[in-house]
Design a protein around this ligand. Structure first.
Ligand SMILES: NC(=O)c1ccc[n+]([C@@H]2O[C@H](COP(=O)([O-])OP(=O)(O)OC[C@H]3O[C@@H](n4cnc5c(N)ncnc54)[C@H](O)[C@@H]3O)[C@@H](O)[C@H]2O)c1
Length: 275
């Protein structure tokens, strides 16, 4: 039987793979036979790649150049957008890297991808309130291009809780865009929503929300996940094994969001800010 999890013959662009989940996903894809094209603000060292492109994903024209350069050298069979910034960083930067850059990278890449192509990104269980915030996120989700998205962010940045807003936008974009994208091009679009994961980003969450809150964050498995445990679901969603999966937001949080959305678990927000 054919191994549909294999990445043999697939050229995969990774935007955000120096550390954490993106690094783990790139290592996994390499181990499954895929060709990695790496792009990050920092140069990765823990896996092999065809090429490394230094890029700041806060820059829309740099994203356009990246995609043109990568597509000029071969097919983009799969796109992994794994870059992100925590809420401790400036609001505009968080929104640009976490959402506007993600959408722009996908929209620039898909016209150059084959019908069998797929793209995946990383949202968060912090975005799970998206259904109650559709009206708030839609203007940015549907902003037509980089300039309009950036302008909207700059005009609305004041008072915005950027991290969870960017993650709600990522989920809504994935769910909403997949319908037209997959129908028109065959390309699948999915995202994951991890819970707390021990990556270089975790200290920023502890700094922002407090250790007590992060320790008590609902996680039925009883511990934070590892980067590798997040890398495998990303590799799955972009593999041929997921050939009928599109428009999916996969909670990779050990059951936390499922429990919270059904009232089986509660998040103790009174712990926010406590060490
Ligand atoms: N760690 C968690 O608990 C957790 C939970 C849910 C979701 N997430 C999300 O997972 C994704 C990956 O984060 P991580 O936890 O692996 O953290 P990480 O800090 O290890 O990874 C972030 C990556 O993004 C890159 N990056 C940051 N700014 C960039 C820029 N301007 N241009 C190019 N690359 C840039 C970094 O160099 C790094 O490779 C993020 O979107 C994050 O929000 C993390």
């Amino acid at each position: 039987m054919k191994n549909l999890f294999s990445y043999e013959g697939k050229r995969c662009l990774f935007a955000g793979c120096f550390s954490g989940m993106g690094e783990a996903a790139a290592q996994i894809v390499e181990s499954l036979g895929g060709t990695v094209v790496a792009a990050d603000i920092r140069k990765p060292t823990s896996f092999g790649y065809e090429a490394f492109h230094e890029i700041d994903l806060r820059d829309g024209s740099a994203i356009e150049q990246l995609v043109a350069q990568v597509a000029g050298a071969g097919p983009i069979d799969r796109l992994f957008y794994c870059a992100g910034l925590p809420g401790t960083k400036p609001t505009v930067d968080v929104m640009l890297v976490n959402f506007v850059g993600l959408k722009h990278t996908v929209e620039c890449a898909v016209p150059r991808m084959p019908r069998s192509g797929a793209a995946v990104s990383i949202s968060s269980s912090a975005g799970m309130g998206y259904l109650g915030n559709m009206a708030a996120v839609m203007p940015l989700v549907t902003a037509p291009g980089w300039a309009e998205g950036k302008k909207w962010v700059e005009e609305n940045a004041e008072g915005m809780e950027a991290y969870s807003f960017s993650k709600m936008c990522t989920i809504v974009y994935t769910l909403q865009r997949a319908a037209s994208l997959t129908a028109a091009t065959g390309i699948r679009l999915n995202c994951t929503s991890p819970g707390p994961t021990d990556t270089p980003m975790m200290p920023a969450f502890v700094e922002q929300a407090g250790k007590k809150f992060m320790d008590a964050y609902p996680k039925p498995i009883g511990r934070n996940s590892t980067s590798e445990e997040q890398g495998w679901p990303l590799a799955f969603l972009n593999s041929d094994a997921a050939s009928y999966v599109s428009g999916e937001n996969l909670y990779t949080d050990g059951g936390g969001a499922a429990g919270m959305m059904t009232g089986a678990l509660t998040m103790d927000v009174s712990l926010i800010g406590q060490d």
